[in-house]
Design a binder for this molecule. Sequence first.
Ligand SMILES: C[S@@+](CC[C@H](N)C(=O)[O-])C[C@H]1O[C@@H](n2cnc3c(N)ncnc32)[C@H](O)[C@@H]1O
Length: 335
Amino acid sequence: MNKERIARIDNNEEVKELLLPHCRLKYGEIWEDSIRGHKVGCLDATNQNDIMRLMGNNKATLAIQDPPYNVIVGNSNTSSLGKASLEDYIEWSKQWVQNTVRILKSDAHFYIWLGADQKEGFQPLPDFMIMMREFEELKTRSFVTMRNQRGYGTQKNWMAVRQELLYYLKGSPDFETQYTEIPKILRGYYKEVNGEVKENLERSKSNTIRPGNVWVDVQQVFYRMEENVPGCYAQKPLKAIERIILSSSRKGDLIVDFLAHSGTTLLAAEKLKRKCLTMDIDPIFAEITIRRLERLRRTGKVGWQFMSPFPEAKVKLEIGNNEKRKAKKSLQGTS
Ligand SMILES: C[S@@+](CC[C@H](N)C(=O)[O-])C[C@H]1O[C@@H](n2cnc3c(N)ncnc32)[C@H](O)[C@@H]1O
């Protein structure tokens, strides 16, 4: 059993140095998948040339973008991610949004995961929303909140468990209703149908409820779950991405994600038989994205749980104390 694991990668120069020799892409390069035609680039989402190189003449039905929220942004001129002011963050966001809008079909869906820091005027969410008004071809469609519990939270405030998801439309694409696994329990809402008074459960298409715009049924990824990708600090749950893909695209459609990280959008696209063009500016996350797809095809597994995606690199684990203790315990007797 391989015990080597990796710390959060983005802010750990030592770990980065050890992993970089194992990454097949350098900045500017694109990996092409011979089976389904997915592409993974080590590219810059704000660089129009990079986007054109990834896209060619293709246009996408669906974009799912998940930028870093805590006002830490990257571009091809910086070797590592650095802090930016709110103004710079919004300017940076405008560039990747513009690049996304350009490559969307005339009827397309555009989803953006974003954060609201309650200690910093709820930014960047409010200024980002205002910036989005500049894109006249986009219509606001929904504002989803996903329940996202990380740890036990404070006792002195409402526990922060929200993860925002903005949904915009270009044109009028189709939308496929989705259902959760939560059974319908509310009765009532009687209505006359063909002369007969029917209760809502008799009338409905499903015995379970729809997610609506508050998603309480998606488990946040943590190290005990198979889909966990060690080293990735901002991984979105597959279930959430699959929900978006199922509602807003059809089999064979083209999906883009220019901020791949752990490659969740690519993985969900593969599982649901869509084609995905994706990128990350960091060669390590681009490599993890490719490896995650290869691992799925090889083993059927959707992540590494607490094992390293880079077993060949001898990199020590440095995760939170709680996780460290538990991981250590679960490894006792296996060395
Ligand atoms: C919040 S994470 C995305 C998480 C992803 N949805 C997942 O489930 O794993 C943001 C990613 O954007 C990448 N990034 C930051 N600036 C970028 C840029 N200019 N171009 C491309 N990727 C960038 C970071 O390296 C990071 O991996």
